[in-house]
Design a protein around this ligand. Structure first.
Ligand code: ATP
Ligand code: SF4
Ligand code: MG
Length: 323
């Protein structure tokens, strides 16, 4: 399998009155091309959306630092000018279904017009061709053709989410980032959306980054999982490895906090709260909450140690494993 996306030491900090918010702090991961999905899993405020926005270069005005390397299909993106990035990459090679996408449509324009707009404005297709492509996509995501002429308020939450996915696919990007595509939807609609994501991956050969706080949902859709804690990826591995043999103490606690059927074991909540990203703890960011912490943890930040079968863990407990 070839690598489609390779993110290396990505840093993205916001400027804040009290100092920088280290929302993305030396994040590295990669994703294979075509038909693969990586789940980015983490608690609220861990930096998942910031990571998505920084990959899409959708930066707010208060950016304090934006550094590192993002390689997409062999091309480095951070070195590109804004103009070339906009013209060649964003939406064409890399698309985003933003968090809260249900509110992402302009309420006064018909849904279909908004889906075809980038194709028509950029002169990539005639209105007729763009319309035909949009209708094809609407059918694919399970929406009737008349959605094209409807206004956003005439659609349910689940329908808007599907229409947003169709909009992200209109320029046929090989990679789509979906930020919490299933939250705010009820359970049955959630399942329909995750089934759609599996179909997109399989039939359209699409690479997907699926962002969610729900590790069980992510493991259902994704081949690989990256666990995010306080602006950093602390563990990466196949979904199976992470579920069956989580190596990082945070991942272990995260899995331990999920209620299970048919067992006497009660879910164990992780003590304490995620840190303030303006002043993250020194050393390992999880150390104030980690039951396995030892002296070195508070002193020095652990790098990502490679374990068997490609699993990576940012934890000092695995320093020996790599040697
Ligand atoms: N524009 C901004 N300026 C300053 N800080 C910001 C800005 N946007 C987000 N943050 C902060 O960055 C951190 C990461 O936020 P982010 O939205 O990326 O987390 P998240 O993992 O997506 O959370 P959620 O699961 O709630 O969507 C938080 O501390 C947040 O308050
Ligand atoms: S480095 Fe130390 S504090 Fe951090 S997760 Fe590992 S054992 Fe816990
Ligand atoms: Mg978010």
């Amino acid at each position: 399998m070839t690598t489609l996306l390779d993110v290396r030491d990505l840093i993205f900090h916001y400027a804040d009155r009290d100092g920088p918010v280290r929302a993305v702090d030396r994040v590295s991961f990669s994703l294979a091309s075509g038909g693969s999905a990586l789940g980015l899993v983490g608690e609220s405020g861990s930096g998942k959306t910031s990571l998505a926005l920084s990959i899409m270069r959708m930066l707010p005005s208060n950016v304090a630092r934006y550094e590192g390397e993002i390689w997409l299909d062999g091309q480095e993106l951070l070195g590109m000018t804004d103009e070339s990035f906009r013209r060649e990459i964003r939406w064409r090679k890399l698309a985003l279904v933003p968090q809260g996408a249900q509110n992402g449509f302009n309420p006064v324009l018909r849904v279909g017009e908004q889906i075809i707009e980038p194709l028509v404005v950029d002169g990539q297709a005639s209105r007729q061709e763009a319309r035909a492509r949009a209708l094809e996509l609407l059918a694919y995501v399970g929406l009737p053709a008349d959605i094209f002429m409807r206004f956003p308020h005439e659609l349910s939450g689940g329908m808007k989410q599907r229409a947003m996915i169709a909009a992200a696919l209109i320029q046929e990007p090989p990679l789509v980032i979906m930020d919490e595509p299933t939250s705010a939807l009820d359970a049955s609609v959630q399942t329909q959306i995750t089934n759609l994501l599996k179909r997109l991956k399989r039939d359209m050969d699409l690479a997907i980054i699926f962002i969610t706080h729900d590790i069980a949902l992510a493991s259902d859709v994704c081949d690989d999982l990256a666990v995010v804690y306080a602006g950093q990826v602390v563990e990466i591995g196949s979904a199976e490895q992470i579920l069956l043999e989580p190596s990082h103490p945070y991942t272990q606690r995260l899995l331990g906090s999920i209620p299970r059927l048919h067992t006497d074991r009660l879910p164990e909540f992780i003590p304490g709260a995620p840190p303030d990203l303006r002043q993250p703890p020194a050393g390992c960011r999880f150390h104030p909450r980690c039951p396995l912490a030892f002296e070195e943890c508070a002193r020095e930040e652990p790098p990502a140690f490679a374990l068997a079968e490609g699993q990576l863990s940012r934890c000092w407990l695995h320093a020996e494993a790599e040697r």
